[in-house]
Design a protein around this ligand. Structure first.
Ligand code: G3P
Length: 215
């Protein structure tokens, strides 16, 4: 299972790389806006820093506009994956981009049937948003489970990239379901290694070590 970091913050990405927990990066317009920096600069920096795939999102909502933006984004670096919204025009663009050899990440997926359409269009990744579905009293991970089941049944090559991850249990469930990737906010990456009993146990070991006669 791959871990991507869901961030456009270069500092966070560097820290995740140093932890060995950054197989790739996903960005979106909201994350880029949070940096207060120009998207072109941020994207160049991230793609140079990270050897793995870096998702960068188009903002056009029509096929022609998406194609224009996607081609420009793909030119920035070889590891750019173009993020396209899961709308009819987006699916058309995914099909055209696949024919041009440009990798895509279909974003804003909220149902297994939408994910089926993304796979049929030839998406490289599909991003089911689990946290946002949980927010409206639906079950985000149940959606992922059905997507994995459908993709396995038909041997689709599209990878399941669990997005809108809010806490470690989302990561655990994504791993149990066999999702290909989870894209994780930096704060949640930090939480993954924590366990109160590890902390208590370490404190006790270190305190006991003080009692051991030293040479
Ligand atoms: O990158 C898309 C997704 O991960 C957004 O997450 O927390 O804004 O729902 P969130």
């Amino acid at each position: 299972m791959q871990f991507f970091i869901d961030s456009a913050d270069v500092g966070e990405i560097q820290k995740a790389l140093a932890m060995g927990l950054c197989d790739g990066v996903t960005t979106n317009p909201s994350l880029v806006a949070r940096t207060g920096r120009k998207f072109s600069e941020v994207l160049k920096e991230i793609t140079a820093l990270v050897p793995g795939p870096v998702s960068a999102e188009v903002t056009a909502v029509d096929h022609a506009g998406m194609m224009k933006e996607a081609r420009a984004l793909a030119k920035v670096a070889d590891n750019v994956v173009v993020k396209v919204p899961l709308i009819v025009e987006g699916l058309r663009a995914v099909r055209s981009l696949a024919a041009e050899g440009i990798r895509t990440n279909v974003t804003l997926c909220f149902s297994p049937v939408q994910a089926l359409l993304a796979a049929k269009a030839g998406a490289t990744y599909v991003s089911p948003f689990v946290g946002r579905l949980d927010d409206v009293s639906e079950d985000g991970m149940a959606m992922v489970s059905q997507i994995v089941e459908i993709y396995r049944s038909y041997d689709f090559a599209t990878k399941v990239l669990v997005a809108s991850v809010r806490h470690p249990v989302h990561v655990l469930e994504a791993a149990r379901l066999g999702a290909d990737v989870a894209t994780i906010p930096f704060a949640v990456i930090g939480q993954l290694a924590n366990h109160p009993l590890t902390e208590i146990g370490l404190k006790k070991f270190l305190a006991d070590w003080e009692k051991v006669p030293k040479e």
